[in-house]
Structure formats: structure tokens, C-alpha cells
Design a protein around this ligand. Sequence first.
Ligand code: NAG
Ligand code: NAG
Ligand code: NAG
Ligand code: NAG
Length: 357
Amino acid sequence: MLIAKRLATLTTGLVLGLLSEHASAQNGWPAPVAMKGTIPNNPIAQTLDPALIRRQSDNKLFLYTTGKNGSVWTANSLYGPWTHEGTAKFREYGGAPSIHRIGDTYYVYINNHEFDYSTVGVTDPAIHTWAHNSSLLVASSKTLEIGDWKWHGRLEIDWAKRYNILDAALLTIEEGGKRRNLLSFGSYQQGIFQLPLADPPIKIADGANKNINHLANNKTSAFPNGPTEAAYIFKWQDWYYLFTSSGRCCKQPDGHWVDRGDVYKVMVCRSKRPGGGFVDDKGVDCANNSGGKEILGTHNNIWAPGGQGVLVDDEAGGPIIYYHYVPYDVQSKTPANEFRFGWNKLDFSSGWPVVAK
Ligand SMILES: *[C@@H]1O[C@H](CO)[C@@H](O)[C@H](O)[C@H]1NC(C)=O
Ligand SMILES: *[C@@H]1O[C@H](CO)[C@@H](O)[C@H](O)[C@H]1NC(C)=O
Ligand SMILES: *[C@@H]1O[C@H](CO)[C@@H](O)[C@H](O)[C@H]1NC(C)=O
Ligand SMILES: *[C@@H]1O[C@H](CO)[C@@H](O)[C@H](O)[C@H]1NC(C)=O
């Protein structure tokens, strides 16, 4: 997620300021599942950019976030009670953690918003702006505990001014005894990209910079450089599903939110292969033709849901989508000044994910 206050240069003159109420029907989207503990209903529960994972050894859930300096929560049940464990040391870099397990090891990817690309020979002056100076860092752990991450440094993804290198998510595919690690990332400006990582996935694969796929983009956006970010690819039965967050995550630099149709919402595209060919439910190409099926948007007292991930969990009896959202006061028509964590089951029976009660 690219934090709004850092986007002054991109957004000048584009702020709408007023929240129009005409917009979207409620679409029958359910409220997030009720939970106990410090999530929800607690002011420290700033769960921006959640990454949710269950530890294999004892089934304990870990929720890493960007919010409040990288707050981390744990629970034994998805329904809570959730306990605030403290803060990860990621925030100093930028956040948006994404955590994945391969065998007995967990990997986290986080945004580092201020890498100096001149140190690797890039001369374009754009490298010194927020929209272009992000990079991704990777760490690994056997325990998921806050203090137990080993850092492996920066992923050496080629800087190119057409995208911002942030918001990673890993897809691991096992095929005939071989493992492929594909990292999606990006980008705010030109959508979602993907490249192969090595195995273990602590650096890019040999030749990966010549093999970057473009998976999704929104050229119809009300904003130049259409904002699409926070990708998550999830395989279910015969399909690869690409979940993205489209629109503005956060308030604009002047403190206003943009119109409800242009704030974060969760889009899905699908393909039979992981590296491209993603289309929406109408067959519209998501990379070249701005396709995308909206599966969760602003509704009732939920504002700007996004930053999503997918987890298959026995307790929930299958796949769930988890996300952050902003509580919205329907009476005063005001989004709150905080981010909360929510999750719901996903029903894939139609071939497309439906957010279920
Ligand atoms: C976050 O970290 C900054 C810098 O270390 C500190 O000033 C601030 O109080 C911290 N905020 C919270 C909510 O912990
Ligand atoms: C990143 O961008 C910000 C905002 O433009 C700038 O202040 C900062 O110096 C940049 N950092 C680097 C290392 O380029
Ligand atoms: C593209 O952006 C427009 C304007 O914000 C929005 O209405 C539309 O839903 C977006 N489409 C996708 C696929 O993200
Ligand atoms: C989008 O366009 C590129 C370049 O023309 C092409 O290689 C790719 O196959 C297209 N994507 C889809 C999903 O058709």
C-alpha cells in the first residue's frame, strides 16, 4: 500500500473532497465476522495491510500489519480473542508485510519505501520520489515470533520508472517434484507485475529481470497512473485467482477521502496459468483492458476494504479472505480515523470467489 500522505505529487488537483452518497448498491456484502479481544473495538487495533498466517507447530495465528508501527496480534482462534503482541521492526522501512510458509520456514516480504536506486546505477531523477523509490525486503523465520526474523536484504528487481516496487505476495507451485516461486508486486501506477524468485525465495531467480509479467492494470481510473496494488494470487481447484486492491487506500494529502467509488475495493481476475491471461467474469482482459470483478467494496458501515489476502483454514472450513477496512459512520457519513481487521469465508462454488457470511 502506498501511503496517501506520501502521494502529494501524484494527487495534486485530483482530490474530490466530497463523499457522494449516490453510489454503489450494497451488493449484499456481509459484515466482517464477529471477533473477540483487542480486535475489533480497540483504538490500538490499527490493522492496515494485514498478513495472516497460522503457525504449523501449535496452530497459533499471527497477524502482522503496517498499522501503529507494525503491530502484531496473535490468537488461537480466528474468532479471537486476539492479543496485541507488540510491534515488528518493519515499520521503519515501510511495511505491508506478506507472509508465506514453505516447509518449516516462514518468509516475510515488506516494503522499504526509501531505497536509493542511484546506488545500483539508476540515474532517472524519479527514483527520489515516493511513487518510485520503494523496494522489497525479505526475511525468514522458523517461529513467526516478532524478534525472530533473519533478514536477507533487498530483492534486486530491476528499477523501471513504469512501476513502484511494493506490496509483494508469494505464490508457490509444486509441479512434478519441482517448486516454482512467483512473486507478485506493485505498483500503484501501472498495476500488478510478477517475477520468479529463487528457491528458497530469498532472492530473485537467475534471469528474473528479463521475465517480468504484467498481470493487471486499470487504465479507466479516474486518476492518472491508475491505482492497483496489494495483489494476492491464490490457486483453487483449476484456477489461479488474482486478488487486487483498486483505488485509494487512504485519505488524500489534504485529509479528505475521495469519492466512495474510487476508494479501495477488492477486485478479482482469474486464469488457468499463474503468469498471465487473467480475465474477469465478463472475459475482459485484466492486464490490457482494465478488467476486474469487484467482490468486496464500500458497503453499510464498511469503508474502503482492501489490503487483502487469502488463507485456507480448517477452523473456517475452507478459504477465507482477510482485509483491512475503515469503520464508516452511516449517520454522519464519515469514515473513522482508523483501520480495522476483518475476515469472511469465500465461496468458490460458482467458479468466482463470493464473500460469504
Ligand atoms: C511509532 O514509532 C515512532 C518512532 O519511533 C514513535 O514516535 C511513535 O510514538 C510510535 N507510535 C506508536 C503508536 O507506537
Ligand atoms: C524517496 O522519496 C521521498 C519523497 O519524494 C524523498 O523525500 C526521499 O528522499 C526519497 N528517498 C530516496 C532514498 O530516494
Ligand atoms: C478502475 O478505476 C475506476 C475509477 O476509480 C473504478 O471505477 C473501476 O472500478 C476500476 N476498475 C478496476 C478493474 O480496478
Ligand atoms: C496483453 O498484451 C500483451 C502485449 O500485447 C500480450 O502479450 C498479452 O498476452 C495480453 N494479455 C492477455 C491476457 O491477453
